[in-house]
Each structure stands twice: as structure tokens, then as C-alpha cells.
Design a protein around this ligand. Structure first.
Ligand code: SAM
Length: 269
């Protein structure tokens, strides 16, 4: 016995930072599935659907930590503390995030906190939304004839404005994928046109990609803002811009459920 025992018990637990993929449960990796089945606790976000949560064993603790724009159930700092606390009780913790944890998922921030606390961790990649949406919408993100460069950007706004490196984005021969850009679609398209991208450049918004209610609204940089009335968007949505979007006319293979006037308008194009 020492007079001053260490207030923290030794860390026996481990955190697995796992990508859940874009939505469809069968796009989980086998490794993700195995870890979910062995988990003592699963800490998950809003983008992780019920089909995937059904794979978590009944005895495992499930903790929803939210993350909806402007409405977080727990702050990032609280999530970090929760992961550390769960691991310190010796649990196998799965931190489950939509898509891939390192693509606009704050996975790096969570790992930094774990590293600082001395908690062992592992990372399991997931199918990011760009790949899932593109595949299910019939849009090859690269193509020898149309796109040699692929960029992923966030359309998250600061004071209502999207701030991106516009001169880089309007270079020819590239595909731009915008995460979290649905609310800013009008300003995004206007800024790209203003910086010299052809208004006739094909562009599409894909909502609920890979899920049962996927819908694709396709147009051009000039027309997309009118085709996407934002009150009709209920699920997560991604925007793809570039000549490759035009290939969808021949390559779209999925029959999407017709939903609402926005879809009708876009499909009429
Ligand atoms: C906070 S980011 C998380 C991205 C995630 N880590 C990934 O790799 O896909 C959330 C954004 O991802 C996109 N997203 C995620 N799942 C999607 C889906 N099934 N369909 C369309 N967009 C999706 C949307 O742009 C959404 O606003």
C-alpha cells in the first residue's frame, strides 16, 4: 500500500474507432461487424442507422451521442471524456461513426484525446459517403476521359458563407465532392461559376446515399440550386460536381424511389 494511490485505475480497455459506412448495413466491413459483435459498449452518432445497431449484442451498452448540425447531444469534449471513462472500466469500446472516421468525422480529434489519456486504440476504415453515393448513383468519381483529380471538401458554412479555395476547385479535369453542403448549394454553385467553372458543368445532389430512400437530384451548376428546395431534404446529402456526373445518364443502375416534387423535377430533365 502507498500513501498516495494513483487516482486512475490502470487502463485495460481499448477503443476501436470504426467506420460504419454510408448507411446500408451490408456495406459494413467484416472487421467492423466482428468488433461490433464483441463490443461491451458502442458509442454512436446520428448517421449510424437502426439496421446497423441491430447487429450490436443485447448485453452491450449503447450510447447515442448525437451530432446533428447545431444540435449535439454531447459536446466533442464530453464524447472524448466518455470514451476514456468507458475504456478505463476495462470495456471493449466501439466508437462507431458514419462513413469513414477520418473523413470529416473528427476521428483524429478523438484519437488525440485517447492518446493523451494513454488509452490503446485501433482504427477500422469505412466506406465514406462519397464512394457509397457515387457507386449507387452511377457516377464514376474518376474517369480517364473526364477527371484525373478528385477532391473532397466540406460545404459547412461559417457565418452563412462557404469558404473554400475556389481557384483550385475550378481547375479542369477534376471531380469535386462536397460533404455537408446541401444548405449552401446556391452559394456553392454561384461561387464556382463566379470563379470560372462552366455553368453547364453537370452536378448532382444525392440524399440518403446507399439507403432504401436514396434519391438523386441531377442538373448542372446553373440549375441545381433551383432543383434542391432545402425543405425537402430530410436525410444526409452530398453534392458531386464534374463531367463524370453526366455519365449517370448511361450508368445509373439503381431504381430510386420517387419521392416528392424535387425528384420529379430533376428526373424530368
Ligand atoms: C459529418 S460528415 C461525416 C462524413 C463521414 N465520416 C463519411 O466518411 O462519410 C456528414 C456528411 O456526410 C455526408 N453523408 C454521410 N452519409 C451520407 C449518405 N448516406 N448520403 C449522402 N450523404 C451522406 C453528408 O454530406 C453529411 O452532411
Amino acid at each position: 500500500m502507498t500513501d498516495h494511490p494513483d487516482p486512475q485505475p490502470p487502463a485495460h480497455g481499448r477503443v476501436h474507432l470504426v467506420g460504419a459506412g454510408p448507411g446500408a448495413a451490408d456495406l459494413l466491413t467484416l472487421r467492423a461487424l466482428r468488433l461490433l459483435q464483441q463490443a461491451d459498449a458502442v458509442v454512436y452518432d446520428r448517421l449510424v442507422g437502426p439496421e446497423i445497431l441491430e447487429l450490436v449484442p443485447a448485453h452491450a451498452e449503447k450510447v447515442f451521442v448525437g451530432k446533428m448540425r447545431d444540435r449535439h447531444v454531447l459536446s466533442q469534449a464530453e464524447i472524448n471524456r466518455l470514451l476514456i471513462a468507458l475504456a478505463r472500466t476495462g470495456k471493449r469500446v466501439v466508437r462507431l461513426k458514419g462513413g469513414d472516421p477520418f473523413i470529416f468525422g473528427r476521428g483524429g480529434e478523438e484519437l488525440e484525446a485517447l492518446a493523451l489519456a494513454g488509452i490503446p486504440f485501433e482504427v477500422v476504415p469505412g466506406v465514406t459517403a462519397a464512394l457509397g453515393c457515387a457507386a449507387h448513383a452511377g457516377v464514376p468519381l474518376t474517369h480517364r476521359d473526364h477527371a484525373q483529380t478528385l477532391v473532397f471538401v466540406t460545404g459547412h458554412t461559417k457565418d452563412g458563407e462557404v469558404e473554400l479555395d475556389w481557384p483550385t476547385l475550378v481547375r479542369p479535369g477534376q471531380t469535386i465532392v462536397v460533404y455537408m453542403g446541401a444548405r449552401a448549394v446556391a452559394s456553392l454553385c454561384a461561387r464556382l461559376i463566379g470563379h470560372g467553372l462552366d455553368p453547364a458543368t453537370p452536378a448532382a445532389l444525392i440524399e440518403n446515399g446507399t439507403c432504401q430512400h436514396q434519391r438523386t437530384i441531377a442538373g448542372t451548376l446553373a440549375t441545381l440550386p433551383e432543383l434542391v428546395p432545402d425543405h425537402h431534404l430530410l436525410g444526409p446529402a452530398l453534392i458531386i460536381i464534374g463531367q463524370v456526373v453526366g455519365l449517370r445518364a448511361r450508368l445509373a443502375w439503381l431504381t430510386e424511389l420517387a419521392e416528392g416534387p424535387a425528384l420529379a423535377a430533376s428526373e424530368a430533365e
